[in-house]
Design a protein around this ligand. Structure first.
Ligand code: HEM
Length: 183
């Protein structure tokens, strides 16, 4: 009996740190890797960011020729999150500052009385992979935007559309979410 108890204790002592370490920054169900200034969801699906003066600049990549998107801090599912959606068409970048109006739909900030505060920087589409670069103000003063504070934790939503979906409002082909401290 003593031996079994001792063995169980040993097992817990070995397994507990392994389980805690393995869960890391990942949200349940997500296999995303969250590191210093980088979130990697899957092959060719990632985002990196940099705090630059009064802005935060993002480079968002996903394996699609349709739209790519990111959202921050929903109250539940997609509702009340601050979104940016973008796509590249004929070499031109289109981006839209958006908001989670319902748990399952988003709208442009401008259509609900807010302002468009995303600054599109560049966009490319190569071998079925889209990369968009854009900047958001750390504090836009728009009620439909979140403020970005270095060192704070955010729930980050990531998604992308089907290859044919060069638009801001068709549903995702894939989506994921994770918690990340923006450093
Ligand atoms: C930047 C763009 C978007 C991102 C990052 C995003 C992300 C997400 C995430 C992470 C979820 C899961 C939420 C949860 O259950 O906890 C979700 C759910 C959902 N989203 Fe989006 N989304 C975006 C755009 C859209 C658009 C444009 C539509 C519809 C036209 C849409 C429709 C839905 C629906 C119906 C669900 C719930 C059912 C499901 O997951 O299939 N999303 N979205």
């Amino acid at each position: 009996m003593r031996i079994i108890k001792g063995f169980s204790l040993l097992l817990v002592l070995i397994l507990l740190p392994v389980m805690l370490f393995a869960s890391g920054d990942k949200e349940e169900g997500s296999s995303a890797i969250v590191s210093q200034d980088w979130i990697q969801v899957d092959e060719n699906w990632n985002v990196n960011y940099e705090f630059k003066g009064s802005e935060i600049e993002f480079t968002l990549t996903a394996p699609t020729t349709g739209w790519v998107g990111i959202g921050f801090n929903p109250s539940s599912r997609m509702k009340d999150a601050d979104f940016v959606v973008g796509y590249v068409k004929d070499g031109t970048l289109f981006v839209q500052d958006s908001y989670g109006v319902k748990s399952t739909s988003i709208d442009s900030d401008t259509s609900i009385g807010g302002t468009d505060n995303v600054r599109g920087i560049s966009g490319t589409e190569n071998n079925g992979i889209t990369t968009i670069v854009f900047a958001l103000p750390l504090d836009s003063n728009d009620i439909y935007d979140k403020t970005f504070v270095q060192g704070d934790s955010y729930k980050v939503l990531l998604a992308y559309g089907k290859d044919s979906d060069d638009n801001f409002d068709s549903k995702h082909r894939k989506r994921d979410s994770m918690d990340a401290v923006l450093k």
